[in-house]
Design a protein around this ligand. Structure first.
Ligand SMILES: *Cc1c(COP(=O)(O)O)cnc(C)c1O
Length: 409
């Protein structure tokens, strides 16, 4: 079930204060999700969540994450600059880029970020750009298919990320020769999964791989990074991931691999799970077109939320003030791009919509605004934080034509 924790009045008031379209984020919801995650992993004394900046790269949101004890996972120069801007330092930053421009290594090293190498060739690059730190993380790609017999979770064999098993061993030998004294291992083998078996299986695989590599290299394992991938219920009949069960499953895998040892920290880099349900794209019905189908045009478009156009992803839509009304009218909900896949929903039953009605597009708090673009001269929207004190704070203004023209020479 998508997140219906805020009453319609919260969105109605926001839409009185700010022109649509805009994103609304719920501070209280974000904070309680972080706390639940930290509680589920409290048994691990080194546990730390590095929020995936790419999911919602707004400094105000990133500050909330830091206040709640999280670090930040960055993978580009601008994301490092964002982390710097909100005061993240050293071990509060994980840098896990791939196909990385060398100067970004140097920048991440200068900030003392933890470096997560994606490829064996990165070792030479890091040596030349910023230098090799004492602790390095390696991203692991086991190849093949990841999951049980009938419940495939991901296909690492097709993924562009990580070191092969053999390269992990080779890489650690090289790194040891360059002065490394300990390492971490990172894996991201499934995306948007609510299956409570994913993290525990990943933890078991990373621990097996890394403990073997540790014995062979003589380098101690300092952490495993389970990365992102925990999903959210986008569809009305889906259940949320059970974070306590996930934490407990990882604890069992940890005990099985490490016995009484507790010197290996667990890191996560969740994005979607942390903020996805706590953001809504607030848009207004602008246009109704009755041809072979009914097309309901709204003032947001795929430039504001591209997941439906790009992946055919389902985002729940509700009509403000009509939650209880019969959902008896079939619409395609569209934006204004000259691009026929600019549809937030296809064949969606909604209450009968009047022009001017406010629509909420749910679960846009991660990979929503962040994936925005300016195709067709449609500009990025504002972002508003619904604070815990009940106030609305504009945390990013909408783009204007001046912004659109600002880079032209
Ligand atoms: C995108 C990404 C994440 C976050 O993924 P979610 O699916 O949002 O949890 C974490 N780590 C890395 C390296 C990523 O690229």
């Amino acid at each position: 079930m998508p997140n219906f924790s805020l009453p319609d009045s919260v969105f109605a008031e926001a839409a009185r204060q700010f022109p649509t379209p805009f994103y609304l984020y719920d501070e209280g919801g974000i904070r309680s999700t972080v706390r639940a995650l930290r509680k589920a992993f409290a048994w691990n004394k080194g546990f730390k969540e590095y929020y995936a900046v790419k999911a919602l790269p707004n400094p105000r949101i990133l500050s909330i994450m830091l206040e709640e004890g999280c670090g930040l996972d960055c993978s580009s120069e601008c994301e490092l600059l964002l982390a710097e801007r909100v005061g993240a330092k050293g071990e509060d930053i994980m840098f896990s880029a791939n196909a990385m421009p060398p100067h970004e290594f140097a920048m991440a090293r200068e900030m003392n970020a933890i470096i997560n190498l994606d490829d064996i060739s990165d070792i030479e690059t890091l040596k030349n750009y910023g230098g090799i730190p004492e602790t390095v993380c390696l991203r692991f790609n086991p190849g093949g298919v990841f999951g049980g017999d009938n419940d495939i979770m991901g296909v690492p064999g097709d993924s562009k990320y990580g070191f092969t098993p053999r390269q992990i061993l080779e890489g650690l030998d090289i790194l040891k020769g360059l002065g490394v004294t300990g390492f971490g291992i990172h894996g991201f083998l499934a995306s948007n999964t609510r299956d409570a078996a994913y993290y525990p299986r990943l933890a078991a695989l990373l621990l097996d791989t890394a403990l073997d590599a540790s014995r062979k290299s003589g380098l101690p394992l300092r952490f495993i990074n389970l990365s992102g991938g925990i999903g959210i219920p986008y569809l009305p009949d889906e259940q949320p991931a059970d974070i306590d069960l996930i934490g407990e499953g990882v604890r069992k895998a940890y005990r099985k691999a490490l016995g009484e040892r507790d010197d290996v920290a667990i890191y996560t880099e969740l994005g979607r799970y942390m903020t996805g349900p706590h953001g809504w794209l607030v848009t207004r019905a602008m246009h109704l077109k009755d041809i072979h189908k009914q097309f309901l045009g709204v003032d947001a478009c795929a430039s504001n939320l591209m997941r439906p156009a790009m992946y055919g992803a389902y985002h729940h839509i509700s009509v403000l003030g009509k939650r209880e009304a019969p959902h008896d009218t079939l619409y395609d909900v569209t934006g204004a791009l000259c691009e026929n896949n600019d549809k937030f929903a296809v064949d969606r039953l909604l209450p009968k919509v009047e022009m001017g009605d406010i629509l909420l597009i749910h679960d846009g708090g991660a990979h929503g605004f962040a994936m925005g673009y300016q195709y067709n001269g449609r500009l990025r929207s504002a972002e508003v934080l619904y604070r815990q004190d009940g106030q609305y704070q504009l945390i990013r203004r909408a783009e204007t034509p001046e912004d659109y023209f600002a880079t032209l020479l």
